[in-house]
Write a protein that binds this ligand. Structure first.
Ligand SMILES: Nc1nc2c(ncn2[C@@H]2O[C@H](COP(=O)(O)OP(=O)(O)OP(=O)(O)O)[C@@H](O)[C@H]2O)c(=O)[nH]1
Ligand SMILES: [Mg+2]
Length: 353
């Protein structure tokens, strides 16, 4: 066992013992981009892996202002009252730009933020969507290891982040708010296709009739879709996060879906497929990173970009030239015994990274 492994084992021990500080510090470690931190984070994740997988993983998305945070606060508080441990994470690649959502969510989830059975962690700021999503996935594993049995991942459904979140949860819940006139307005079809469950929030007061119409419209819309999971027609439920109505029904439906997925091992297969996709994500991300930090590439890419921009070089040829400089472009002639024969790369450097 190396020193790093021993450190990871100690950290993992504190996390699984329920040490909040250790959990928060470990998530910070995971969010760090320093190479030594990343190595420690990887060792830590390996060390906690066998303590993960027991939680219900719930994704929550919806257009801005639909009531996601209010809903999570209400649902989360009910769950902690019932003895669950609830961790709330966010994927918001724009958080560095807006800055608002981090502060906003902390204050909008005031009750949950003070709740000893809950743990709220805002989205890691900055970085690519892939990077933010990856760190959130890792944070979710740490939270599971820390004993939280419900993991909620919130994201705004306006970009690609909802796809990333749908790929890391068991149940993906779309929170919609009643609009004026066209009830499905503002919700992309793609978002509906990702959903396992749709909640029409704000079914209260003056908005109640519009909410009821929206429920009918969404039911009609999901009825026309090919089911994501065989035997599961996406339920559409009215709720009011503000008044606390319909929330228990939503949770009962989440549990029903998870039970449905557990039958015949669908849940296991879903999670396995997600893990494998995650591995490839990681590989893509690392390859691009090593590429971007490669001096041999750096000296050429500005020129290449200019040539592509002006139309003197095709993107394909330019990419190929840069990849060759990096040593990742498969040799012009496929060569399985790569290290015994030098490929005809311009730099002659084939060092694997
Ligand atoms: N009438 C009514 N208003 C609600 C309900 N839920 C949330 N709201 C209000 O809608 C507004 C937005 O709520 P949030 O929970 O912050 O919505 P969000 O989806 O998290 O918003 P972003 O994080 O900014 O995307 C707030 O003013 C809430 O008080 C509800 O059930 N009924
Ligand atoms: Mg919010």
């Amino acid at each position: 066992m190396t020193g790093a492994d021993r450190l990871a084992a100690r950290r993992a021990g504190r996390i699984t013992a329920g040490d909040r500080r250790a959990l928060a510090q470990s998530i910070t470690l995971i969010e760090s981009t320093r190479p030594d931190h990343r190595a420690d984070a990887a060792a830590l994740l390996d060390a906690v892996l066998r303590h993960t997988g027991k939680a219900v993983r719930l994704g929550v998305t919806g257009t801005p202002g639909a009531g996601k945070s209010t809903f999570i606060e209400e649902l989360g508080s009910r769950l902690t009252d019932a003895g669950h441990g609830v961790a709330v994470l966010a994927v918001d690649p724009s958080s560095r730009r807006s800055g608002g959502s981090i502060l906003g969510d902390k204050t909008r989830m005031e009750r949950l933020a003070r709740d000893p059975r809950a743990f709220i962690r805002p989205s890691p700021s900055g970085g690519s969507l892939g990077g933010v999503a990856r760190r959130t996935r890792e944070a979710a594993l740490l939270c599971e290891a820390a004993g939280f049995d419900v993991i909620v991942v919130e994201t705004v459904g306006v970009g690609q982040s909802e796809v990333a979140v749908a790929d890391m949860v068991d149940c993906f819940c779309l929170i919609a708010a009643p609009g004026g006139g066209d009830e499905l307005q503002g919700i992309k079809r793609g978002l509906i296709e990702l959903a396992d469950l749709i909640v029409v929030n704000k079914a209260d007061g003056d908005l109640l009739p519009a909410a009821q119409r929206a429920v009918a419209d969404y039911r009609h819309a999901v009825h026309l879709l090919r089911p994501k999971h065989p035997g599961w027609e996406v339920p559409v439920l009215p709720a009011s996060a503000l008044q606390g109505t319909g929330i228990d029904e939503v949770w009962a439906t989440v549990e029903k879906l998870v039970a449905h997925l557990r039958e015949g091992d669908t849940l296991q297969r879903l999670r396995s497929a997600q893990s494998v996709a995650w591995m490839w994500d990681e590989i893509r991300e690392r390859l691009v990173e090593s590429f971007r930090h490669d001096q041999r590439v750096a000296v050429r890419w500005i020129e290449a970009e200019a040539a592509v921009r002006s139309g003197h070089l095709s993107p394909t040829t330019a990419a190929r030239g840069l990849l060759e400089a990096h040593g990742t472009e498969p040799a012009t002639v496929p060569n399985p015994a790569a290290d015994s024969t030098a490929p005809p790369a311009a730099s002659g450097d084939t060092e694997a990274r």
